[in-house]
Write a new protein. Structure first.
Length: 400
């Protein structure tokens, strides 16, 4: 008998999401009765606002929501997203320039599919969200990491980008506020990067999903607001997951030039068709309703941010830049490596994260998931008591 044909080489090369893998391991240990505190998942611990849930319940009573709807999204939701884009990103777009996606991840995937050709190089500032390099490879592109460490507040410079640019560079990934670091580019830094991309005809894929979660008076200025001319070569990605505690509803979107959005819409028409209509109605309520509960969540994140940064900074050998956005701390823990802790000597943050989980029953994501070793990502989107308890366990583990 002839051997079975091989599986897809492209998909075989794709790694599982590291953040979801760590979170799943933490949940499995909890199910076994272990008192695990997890900083792994980028998921708000709050309930979705009740008025959003009520809008979904009302949508269930309308049979129109039980049918196919336009693959690119409900017209009313696309209008609301266009209004939000003008309000928060300073860019006026038509509803036809919006595609509603199954969560932000589908927007990420489709954005690279729309603008990357085989062999194109995509500049990827590191530390980066774990999905970006895999989505680039799925588009047959080549991710080119450009690393900025804690001494730069994890923000790349134009000089670094220019040094990495080649004749094959066609796309730049720009994320502010950042996952995993929480860093926010200043308006001046954003403008400089935008002008550089414009001058070289480089597409920008700008993930703005954390744009409303900023602190200490910071504002995540959109790159298309900083450089309006860049709008014709920029795709903006966003969604309701983080701001409105709607991760499980799976509603994201992409906004951009009509020609690129048309390609993405065509792809989606074959890939998934329309997003769940009830979830779309819930997202419409979130964007057009009261923002009071979203603001209360932001204030809670701000309080937790201050707590986790101050407590992590008490651990000798740990450096914690002050994150001004999202809900992550990204400490530089290279000072903990190569030293003996609980009878073990970790030399990488993969080993360090395993030690922390085994000895302190605390789940963190190692820096290798986001770029170079030497760092840990801790999400502070968890309850206040658990947040403090987890860091105190780390303080005790690394006190000797």
């Amino acid at each position: 008998m002839t051997d079975r044909a091989p599986l897809s080489r492209k998909l075989s090369a794709i790694a599982e999401s590291a953040t979801l893998k760590v979170d799943a391991k933490a949940k499995a240990l909890k199910a076994e009765g272990k008192d695990v505190i997890s900083y792994a998942a980028g998921e708000p611990d709050f309930a979705t606002p009740q008025f959003v849930v009520d809008a979904a319940a009302e949508a269930l009573r309308d049979p129109a929501n039980f049918r196919y709807t336009p693959a690119a999204g409900l017209p009313a939701l696309r209008e609301a997203i266009a209004a939000k884009t003008l309000r928060d990103s300073g860019l006026e777009v038509a509803a036809s320039q919006v595609v509603v996606t199954n969560g932000g991840k589908q927007a990420v995937y489709q954005a690279f599919q729309a603008v990357v050709n085989p062999g194109d190089e995509v500049l990827l500032p590191a530390p980066y969200w774990t999905t970006y390099p895999e989505a680039i490879r799925l588009a047959d592109g080549v991710p080119v990491e450009v690393f900025a460490g804690a001494d730069q507040d994890y923000k790349v410079t134009v000089e670094q980008l220019e040094a990495a640019r080649t004749e094959r560079t066609t796309v730049l990934v720009f994320v502010s506020p950042s996952n995993p670091t929480g860093s926010v580019y200043t308006p001046e830094e954003t403008r400089a990067i935008g002008e550089w991309a414009l001058a070289h005809g480089i597409w920008v894929i700008s993930d703005e999903i954390y744009q409303n979660l900023v602190y200490e008076g910071a504002r995540a200025v959109s790159i298309v607001e900083a450089v309006p001319e860049l709008a014709q070569q920029t795709l903006l990605l966003n969604g309701v997951a983080k701001t409105y505690a709607m991760t499980g509803w799976r509603v994201g979107w992409m906004v951009g030039p009509a020609d690129a959005i048309k390609l993405a819409a065509n792809l989606q028409s074959h890939l998934s068709s329309n997003v769940n209509n009830v979830a779309q109605r819930a997202a419409l309520a979130a964007l057009t309703g009261s923002q009071a509960e979203a603001e209360q969540m932001r204030l809670a994140f701000d309080r937790r941010r201050t707590l986790i940064v101050s407590e992590l900074a008490k651990i000798p050998g740990v450096e914690v830049p002050n994150p001004l956005g999202a809900f992550y701390a990204y400490p530089d823990v290279r000072g903990l490596l190569g030293r003996e802790w609980a009878g073990r000597t970790p030399t990488t943050t993969l080993e360090l994260a395993d030690l922390i989980l085994d000895e302190a029953e605390v789940a963190v994501v190692p820096g290798e998931a986001f770029g170079p070793s030497g760092y840990l990502r801790l999400s502070y989107a968890l309850g206040d008591d658990a947040l403090l308890e987890g860091v105190q366990r780390l303080q005790k583990l690394f006190s000797s």
